[in-house]
Every structure is written in structure tokens, then in C-alpha cells.
Ligand binder design. Structure first.
Ligand code: ISJ
Length: 91
């Protein structure tokens, strides 16, 4: 008797449609997390500015860039730069 996995039983169109639904759900979560990150970053920046400091903290940003690069390779650096721009604006 041969066994067939549900994925193999479904046709390619169904597999792609299902996977795209999962991707859309993941993108919704990622966008929500990015918005949450922006809000938390704003708290740090506003608190620092209110106490006489600067908006931008470069050594902290270097740590974040390294973290994303270590996890995701070179494109991770670009992703982190985009997240930082979204969170603190362009410098
Ligand atoms: C949020 C901060 O302020 C700024 C924004 C950062 C961020 O969004 O991760 C990082 C460093 C700062 O330039 C912080 O210092 O942690």
C-alpha cells in the first residue's frame, strides 16, 4: 500500500494558495511587530530627548545591525537599516 501525504494529494494550485494564505498571515504579524517596535523605540527616543540626550545612539544601532547580520547575513544588515529608519527617521 502506498501512503500519500495531504500535501501530495492536493494539486499545486491548492498548495500554492494555502502557502500564500500563510505568507499573508505572517506578513500581517510582521507588520504588527514592526509597528510595535516603532512605538517602543519612540518611547526610548522621547525619554532620552526629554532628559537632554540625543535621539540617535549610534553604538546601540551598531549592536542591532550586527544582530541582524549574524542571524540573516548581509541582507539582514539592510533589513535592520530599514527598521532603524522606520523607528527613528532618516539620519
Ligand atoms: C530606541 C533607541 O533609540 C534610537 C533608535 C533605535 C532603535 O530603533 O532600535 C536604536 C538606537 C537609537 O538610535 C535606543 O537607543 O535604544
Amino acid at each position: 500500500m502506498t501512503t500519500t501525504s495531504p500535501e501530495a494529494a492536493a494539486g499545486p494550485e491548492t498548495i500554492i494558495a494555502d502557502a500564500r494564505e500563510r505568507i499573508d498571515a505572517l506578513d500581517d504579524r510582521i507588520i504588527g511587530l514592526v509597528q510595535e517596535r516603532m512605538a517602543v523605540s519612540a518611547v526610548v527616543q522621547q525619554t532620552r530627548i526629554a532628559s537632554g540626550g540625543r535621539r540617535v545612539h549610534l553604538s546601540r544601532e551598531m549592536e542591532i545591525l550586527a544582530r541582524y547580520r549574524d542571524a540573516l547575513g548581509k541582507p539582514g544588515t539592510s533589513l535592520a537599516m530599514t527598521l532603524l529608519e522606520l523607528s527613528r527617521g532618516r539620519i
